[in-house]
Design a binder for this molecule. Structure first.
Ligand SMILES: [Zn+2]
Length: 108
């Protein structure tokens, strides 16, 4: 498949502050053996495990393109490693699903 490698390359997980979703943070030592971070925006301290995860806009657009080419949500999810729930939300946001009630539960 032509775009799976491209998708994987751009499949960067962005770490975000769990409080304000800012991507501006600095390392702040270790806590219980885990890397600790401090948000530059709101000052919240958090360890990586608690950080909100997000994907780049590029990754989102690629998934939407993949859906437009006819791939199923589960196929996109397995190609990109992104959860199908996340892909589903993007597709829904992009208004590509004419009527969400037409989508059987097992495609979510
Ligand atoms: Zn913050």
């Amino acid at each position: 498949m032509a775009f799976d490698q491209y998708a994987l390359k751009t499949n960067r997980v962005l770490m975000k502050c769990p409080n304000c979703e800012s991507e501006q943070f600095q390392k702040n030592g270790h806590r219980s053996g885990k890397q600790n971070y401090r948000c530059k925006n709101c000052g919240r301290q958090y360890v990586e495990a608690y950080a909100a995860k997000g994907y780049s806009e590029d990754t989102k657009q690629i998934c939407i393109k993949m859906y437009r080419t006819g791939l199923k949500l589960r196929e996109i999810a397995s190609l990109t490693g992104i959860s199908h729930g996340t892909v589903y939300n993007w597709v829904k946001q992009a208004r590509l699903l004419p009527n969400t009630t037409d989508v059987p539960d097992d495609t979510i």
